[in-house]
Structure formats: C-alpha cells, structure tokens
Write a protein that binds this ligand. Structure first.
Ligand SMILES: Nc1ncnc2c1ncn2[C@@H]1O[C@H](COP(=O)(O)OP(=O)(O)OP(=O)(O)O)[C@@H](O)[C@H]1O
Ligand SMILES: [Mg+2]
Length: 256
C-alpha cells in the first residue's frame, strides 16, 4: 500500500559539537551544535568575529574542524568532502566570478563545473530574472557589475546547482533595500521547495522575518537559539544587544 504519511524532515545540515581553533590559537568556534532540516531557514546572528563564517567554512570543508563535525545530509564534511559538497550550494560574502565573462557565461561555466550539463541559455536568463538581475545586464561583462549585481549572479549559480542545502554568508550585505526584500522572498520560495538554508547575517529584522530558527553567536559560542513562537514573541534586537553587552548569560530555557 502506498505510504501517505509525509516523511519526517531529517536534518540536512548538522553542526555537532563543532569546534575550531585556528593555528594561531584563536578559538573561533567552541562546541557549537545545531541542525537545519529541509524546508527550514536557520539564521546565525553575531558580532564581528563571532564565528559565523568559520562555521560556514567548516560545512564547506574549506578548513578542518579541531573537534566535533559538520554534517551535510549525514555526511561528515571533513571525512567525505566530495559527497558533502555535492549536496551543498554556497554564496560567499564576496562572490568571485570571472570578470571577463558575462553573467550568462559565468552561470554556464559554474553550472557545468558543478556537474550539470543540461542547462540552456534561456534557463540561465530565467534564473537571472528570478534573482532580480535586469535583462540588459545578462550579457554584460561582470567587471562592470556592482557588488549587489555580482551577489545576484552568485545566488543564481547556487540555485542552478539545485542542491538540497544552501549556505549563505551575509547574502543581503551588498543588496539595495528592494533587492534585499526580493531576496528574502526568494529564500522563502527555496524553503518551500524543501531546501535547508543556513545563513549568517547582521540584519536582525530580516532574520526575524524570514528565519525559522535564529542562533545568536558570541565569541565562538552559540549562546541562544530561538524558534517558532519564542522567536515571534521575543524582542530580538534587545536580546541580541543584551548578549553582546554581556548582560545576559547562556543559561535558561531557550539557550542552546
Ligand atoms: N584564518 C584565520 N586564522 C586565524 N584566526 C581566524 C581566521 N579566520 C577567522 N579567524 C578568527 O576567528 C574568529 C571568528 O571569525 P569569523 O570570520 O568566523 O567571524 P564572523 O562571525 O564571520 O565575523 P563577521 O561578522 O565580521 O563576518 C575571529 O576572532 C577571527 O579573528
Ligand atoms: Mg563573517
């Protein structure tokens, strides 16, 4: 008989006691654990140097963990980086693309590199439109693009990879307010498609608006995690500022 109950959402991204001490002794991430299931958006908030980019880089296996592990769809990234990376799409803070290629040529190049060879030009244009890059820019060279326009291309490449998990490091940092607004809606669409989305951001208001779970990081530790009704009822900005000023401690019900 056909199974009718929906499959329980399993975590696609898992930080398990994840710890990173850099070569110079800096403890950037201290036994951090969290999970992101398919169809969920997890936003990491935290001041400069809190460890957000370090966490993302560990998921990508750009750096090895000192202890604990980052798993993608159950695969520990430092043990089987190729299998883990195949399930991940990533948009960095400063998207690096080929300056002498057009937007469409960059999409074509990076999509083929990620293993997809079935994409047509009109599909690239459709994705560029979806991320809000104006038509007249599709065939222009990247070297004339603003930061936000490059960011949009990076997001388009990540979408074309069609991976179940997406990592975004400060994705709205280069976007103008309208583009940031549209981007948040795009993330909601990707969530509805079942993607697991992990993002770092300094934008408390957007995090609250879009995320299912918000984790507040401070000096390498996940000091607070809020989800669902807790997130809706909390003055996130005040809570965040309390943690940053050291007036709140990680103890208590909602602490991670
Ligand atoms: N390659 C590195 N070598 C040594 N220390 C590093 C390295 N990269 C980051 N760090 C340190 O690790 C800590 C966490 O940095 P990280 O870049 O993860 O912070 P972040 O939360 O992303 O900050 P921001 O909001 O400024 O992007 C900081 O103290 C930083 O100086
Ligand atoms: Mg960072």
């Amino acid at each position: 008989m056909k199974q009718t109950t929906p499959e329980p959402t399993r975590p696609l991204l898992e930080a398990d006691q994840l710890t990173k001490r850099y070569e110079d002794g800096q403890l950037a991430l201290d036994t951090v654990s969290f999970q992101v299931a398919g169809g969920e958006i997890y936003a990491m908030l935290g001041g400069n140097g809190a460890g957000k980019t370090t966490a993302i880089n560990l998921f990508l296996n750009f750096i090895p963990p000192t202890a604990g592990e980052a798993r993608v769809d159950g695969v520990a990234t430092h043990r089987d980086p190729l299998r883990a990376k195949a399930r991940l799409a990533y948009v960095s803070e400063n998207v690096m693309l080929y300056p002498n290629f057009s937007a469409v040529q960059n999409l074509d190049f990076f999509t083929r590199l990620s293993g997809r060879t079935d994409c047509r030009r009109d599909e690239y244009r459709a994705v560029l439109r979806r991320v809000g890059l104006q038509d007249e820019a599709h065939d222009r060279k990247l070297k004339g693009f603003s930061k936000g326009m490059r960011q949009k291309c990076g997001i388009a490449i990540a979408m074309l990879k069609n991976a179940p998990a997406i990592l975004l490091d400060e994705p709205t940092s280069g976007l103008d307010p309208q583009a940031a607004f549209e981007f948040i809606h795009l993330l909601a669409e990707l969530r509805a498609e079942g993607k697991a989305i992990l993002m770092s951001t300094h934008d408390i208001f957007r995090a609250r608006e879009i995320a299912d779970t918000v984790g507040i990081m401070n000096r390498g530790r996940l000091v607070m995690q809020l989800a669902g009704a807790d997130l809706g009822e909390t003055d996130l900005e005040r809570l965040y500022l309390n943690y940053m000023s050291g007036h709140a401690t990680p103890a208590g019900g909602g602490a991670a």
